[in-house]
Design a protein around this ligand. Structure first.
Ligand SMILES: Cc1cn([C@H]2C[C@H](O)[C@@H](COP(=O)(O)OP(=O)(O)O[C@H]3O[C@H](C)C(=O)[C@H](O)[C@H]3O)O2)c(=O)[nH]c1=O
Length: 181
């Protein structure tokens, strides 16, 4: 099965689509092939994550600092998410800008969020499940958060008052942070 890798408005962030084998039983996909992803310039992955959330839950904006900066290959398994990547690379022309896509369970699309970007997601339906591969192990010492509703980033989250963890509610603004990329 083939994959297509489409650069978004910030070209390092990719929307990845793949073929689907559908029949009367349902569907089958190859959701990942190392050879195709390495050929597309993505790194190898070392950890798989999976979260389930109720509706209108916002997780993020999160990133890990060097040398544990992690790229994330995000896929929605069930429900619907508004998924966001924020460019934290100081010398990038798109520093502080974001790209957002909506992913739904079974839509067979994934988002590649490279190292150097913060990632956040807002669930739009109950029992939404997201699975994502990461290119660096979780490291609490390098785990950082940015304020989800930082006006300097200006993400138009589709829900005004989502459920956000205490840690994320207390996250610093971009202007108060030094992600170091
Ligand atoms: C990320 C992570 C967390 N944890 C532990 C730490 C906490 O005890 C618990 C929940 O962690 P946290 O509240 O950081 O989980 P999320 O808010 O879903 O954060 C994630 O969601 C946003 C959208 C991301 O992009 C990151 O992958 C990740 O930060 O799992 C682990 O044990 N391993 C891990 O890799």
């Amino acid at each position: 099965m083939d994959f297509t890798f489409t650069p978004l408005a910030i070209p390092e962030v990719l929307l990845i689509e793949h073929q689907v084998a559908r029949d009367e039983r349902g569907f089958f996909v190859e959701s990942y092939r190392e050879d195709a992803f390495l050929r597309a310039g993505l790194p190898r992955f070392v950890q798989d994550n999976h979260s389930r959330s109720g509706a209108h839950v916002l997780r993020g904006l999160h990133y890990q600092t060097a040398p544990m900066a992690a790229g994330k290959l995000v896929r929605c398994l069930a429900g619907r998410v508004y998924d966001v990547a924020v460019d934290l690379r100081r010398r990038s022309p798109s520093y502080g800008r974001f790209v957002a896509v909506e992913l739904t369970g079974g839509d067979c699309r994934m988002l590649w969020v490279p190292p150097g970007f913060a990632h956040g997601l807002l669930t739009l339906e109950p029992d939404t499940e997201v699975a994502y591969k990461v290119s660096a192990y979780y490291s609490p010492a390098h785990d950082r958060a940015l304020r989800w509703n930082d006006p300097a980033i200006g993400i138009p989250w589709p829900v005004a008052d989502p459920l956000v963890s205490a840690k994320d509610r207390a996250a610093p603004l971009l202007a108060e942070s030094d992600p170091g990329f």
